[in-house]
Design a binder for this molecule. Structure first.
Ligand code: ATP
Ligand code: MG
Length: 564
C-alpha cells in the first residue's frame, strides 16, 4: 500500500482523508485523478485550486493525474485554448506524463454506450424542443410530466438515433434523453438530455460527428474509461452525482469512479468565470486573457506571480465543503512571502526629481556597494554608480514638511542608501511653481551612509545616478473591480463595477543600470516601492523601452483604505 508522503502537520482535508482511507482499506491500490477543463477559455485562479488538488493528491499518494479536455462543445472551444491550458498547467509545475486525453477521443465509445442504453430501453429520442423540455421538467416543488415520445419502441429509437447521427436532421430536431424518472425530487434525474445534434466543426474530430454528448453523460464515462478512482469536482455538481452514478450503474461498467465535490474558490474584487472573463477580453476592457489585472493563470504569470506562490496560496486556503469568499490579500501575501525571500533588491525611482549635489566635484564619479538582499548575504552585492546628479522620488521632498517628515525639506538631512548623507539647500521651481530640482550638499565623510560624528539621521531614501539611469515605463495595478462581489449584484452588470483606476502607467521612471539586463522571469524588489518584473511588452517594443509590471506593493495598502 502506498503511504502518503504528506509532510505538513496540518490535518488531512476531507478529500485526502477519503483517499487515505481507500488506500488503507485496500479499496484502491493506486489512486488516479484527473483535471478536466473545457477548452473554452483560459484557466483562472479557481482552476489552479482544482489543479493543485488533483495533481497534488496524485503526487502525495503515489498515484497519477490525467489532463483531460472536456471538449464536447465545439462551438465554444478551440485549439488556442487547448494550447494555453497545457502551457498553464505545466507552468504551475504539474505534469501528466503520457496521460493527456480528450473526451472527443471517446466519441465512438460514448456513442456505443448510448446505443446500449437505448437497447436496454433506458434512453429515447425526444422531439420536444428545448423550451418544451424545460416546461415538462417541472420545478423544485412540482413533479415533471413525461414526454409524449417517452414510450417509443427500442427499434424506433435506434432508427431515430441513427438518423440523428447520419446528419439528415437539422439542429434542434430532437435529442436523446435518458429514461429515468420525471417525478424524481432531483431535477437532474428527470430524463436528462444525453445527446444533441450540432452541425459544427470540431477542432479535433473535424466533421466526423454531428451529434455531441452532454457533459453528464461524457464525464462519468470518460472517468471510467481512464480508470479514475476519485473524480473531484466543485459543489455545483452535487446534484449531478446521482446521474453520474446512474449512467455507470445502468451500464454495469467494470469500474465506478467516486465523484466527490468540494467548494469552488471565489476571491473578492474579481471574477472567476471563464464566460465573464471572455466578455472582458472581447469587449476590450482588458488587454487580453493575459492582462496582468486578470486572475487568469496567464495574467498572473505576466504580472509576475511565481508558480510556487500560487501553489502555496492553494495549499493555504485548503479544501472544504462550504463556498466562501477569500480575501484578495491572501493571494497577494502569498506572492509577497515568496518574493520577500527570493527577489533581489534594486533601486527604481517611480516619479523622479532631479538632485544636484553642489559640493560634489563636477565630472567625478564613484561606485558604492549595495546589498542584493540585506537579510540574505548569500545573494551577494552589486556596485552602483554615484555622481553629482541623481534622481530621487518627488514624494521624498516636501516644502512645508511636518516635523515627522523624515525625508527631504529645506535644511533637512537624509541618507542616500548605501551612499552619503545629503542636506537640501534649495528647491528650484519652474514658472508654474512646481519643484523641478533640488540643490543639496553632501557630507564627503559619510560614505556608506553613516555620519562620522554619530549624528542621528532618521530618513533613508533610494536614488539613481542620473548619468547611468535606465528610463522605463512602470505599470501599477489595482483591483479590477471596486466591489467585493462584482457578479452577485441582482440589478447591475459586473462590468458596471470595473475600477477605472486599475491601471496606472508611469512613463518617466528611472532605474538603476543593471535593470537594463533584466530577463522576463526576473523579479525584483524595487526598494520601498514593491515587487516588479519585466513585462512581455518590453521585449517586443521596437523603441527598446523597458516596461515593468508591479506585481504587488510591499504592504497591503488596501486593508487600510477599506477596513473590513
Ligand atoms: P468556469 O465557470 O470558469 O467556466 P468551469 O467549471 O466551467 O469554470 P471547467 O473548464 O469545466 O470550467 O473546469 C475544470 C475544472 O476546474 C472543473 O473540475 C471545475 O470544477 C474546476 N473549477 C472551475 N472553477 C473553479 C473554481 N473557481 N474553484 C475550484 N475549482 C474550479
Ligand atoms: Mg465546466
Amino acid at each position: 500500500m502506498t503511504q502518503p508522503a504528506a509532510s505538513s502537520d496540518k490535518p488531512l482535508d476531507f478529500i485526502r482523508q477519503i483517499i487515505s482511507d481507500d488506500l488503507q482499506s485496500g479499496k484502491h491500490r493506486r489512486i488516479v485523478t484527473r483535471f478536466p477543463p473545457e477548452p473554452n477559455g483560459y484557466l483562472h485562479i479557481g482552476h489552479a485550486k482544482s489543479i493543485c488538488l488533483n495533481f497534488g493528491v496524485a503526487q502525495e499518494y503515489g498515484g497519477r493525474c490525467h489532463l483531460r479536455f472536456d471538449d464536447t462543445n465545439p462551438d465554444k472551444e478551440s485549439r488556442e485554448y487547448v494550447e494555453a491550458i497545457i502551457r498553464d498547467v505545466h507552468w504551475l509545475g504539474f505534469d501528466w506524463g503520457e496521460h493527456l486525453y480528450y473526451a472527443s477521443d471517446y466519441f465512438q465509445q460514448l456513442y456505443e454506450f448510448a446505443l446500449a442504453l437505448i437497447k436496454m430501453d433506458k434512453a429515447y429520442v425526444c422531439h420536444l424542443n428545448s423550451e418544451q423540455i424545460r416546461e415538462y421538467r417541472g420545478t423544485l416543488t412540482e413533479p415533471g410530466r413525461e414526454s409524449p415520445y417517452r414510450n417509443r419502441s427500442v427499434e424506433e429509437n435506434l432508427a431515430l438515433f441513427a438518423d440523428m447521427k447520419s446528419g439528415i436532421l437539422p439542429e434542434g430536431a430532437c435529442v436523446l434523453r435518458a429514461k429515468i424518472d420525471m417525478t424524481s425530487p432531483n431535477i437532474v434525474m428527470r430524463d436528462p438530455v444525453l445527446y444533441r445534434i450540432l452541425h459544427s466543426h470540431h477542432h479535433r474530430s473535424g466533421d466526423k460527428w454531428c451529434i455531441y454528448p452532454m457533459y453528464d453523460f461524457t464525464h462519468c464515462l470518460s472517468d471510467m474509461l481512464e480508470d479514475i478512482t476519485h473524480s473531484l469536482c466543485t459543489l455545483e455538481f452535487e446534484n449531478n452525482r446521482a446521474l453520474y452514478d446512474w449512467v455507470l450503474d445502468t451500464l454495469h461498467t467494470p469500474t465506478h469512479p467516486r465523484q466527490i465535490e468540494f467548494a469552488r474558490l471565489n476571491i473578492n474584487y474579481t471574477i472567476t468565470s471563464k464566460r465573464k472573463l471572455l466578455q472582458l477580453v472581447e469587449e476590450g476592457k482588458v488587454s487580453g486573457w493575459d492582462d496582468p489585472r486578470m486572475l487568469t493563470i496567464s495574467g498572473l504569470r505576466r504580472r509576475g506571480y511565481t508558480p510556487a506562490a500560487i501553489r502555496n496560496f492553494c495549499a493555504e486556503i485548503g479544501i472544504g465543503k462550504r463556498d466562501s469568499l477569500i480575501d484578495m490579500g491572501v493571494l497577494e501575501n502569498a506572492i509577497r512571502d515568496d518574493l520577500n525571500q527570493h527577489a533581489s533588491r534594486v533601486f527604481g525611482v517611480l516619479e523622479p526629481l532631479k538632485v544636484v549635489i553642489t559640493n560634489y566635484p563636477e565630472g567625478m564619479e564613484e561606485e558604492v556597494v549595495a546589498q542584493n538582499h540585506p537579510q540574505n548575504p548569500a545573494m551577494g552585492e552589486r556596485r552602483l554608480p554615484f555622481g553629482r546628479e541623481l534622481f530621487i522620488e518627488q514624494a521624498d521632498f516636501m516644502e512645508d514638511a511636518p516635523k515627522k517628515f523624515f525625508r527631504l525639506s529645506i535644511g533637512r538631512e537624509v541618507r542616500l542608501r548605501y551612499a552619503y548623507l545629503i542636506t537640501c539647500q534649495e528647491a528650484v521651481k519652474d514658472a508654474s511653481g512646481r519643484v523641478v530640482e533640488l540643490r543639496c550638499t553632501y557630507d564627503p565623510a559619510s560614505r556608506g551612509g553613516t555620519a562620522p560624528d554619530g549624528r542621528k539621521v532618521r530618513g533613508t531614501i533610494h536614488w539613481v545616478a542620473a548619468a547611468h539611469a535606465v528610463p522605463a515605463e512602470l505599470r501599477l495595478y489595482d483591483r479590477l473591480f471596486t466591489v467585493e462581489e462584482p457578479d452577485s449584484d441582482k440589478e447591475r452588470h459586473f462590468m458596471d463595477f470595473l475600477n477605472p483606476d486599475s491601471l496606472k502607467v508611469l512613463n518617466d521612471c528611472m532605474l538603476e543600470p543593471g535593470l537594463a539586463q533584466a530577463q522576463s522571469e526576473d523579479r525584483f524588489q524595487f526598494e520601498r516601492q514593491g515587487y516588479f518584473c519585466l513585462d512581455s511588452d518590453s521585449a517586443t517594443d521596437k523603441k527598446g523601452k523597458l516596461v515593468f509590471n508591479r506585481i504587488v506593493s510591499l504592504r497591503d495598502s488596501w486593508k487600510k483604505i477599506n477596513p473590513q
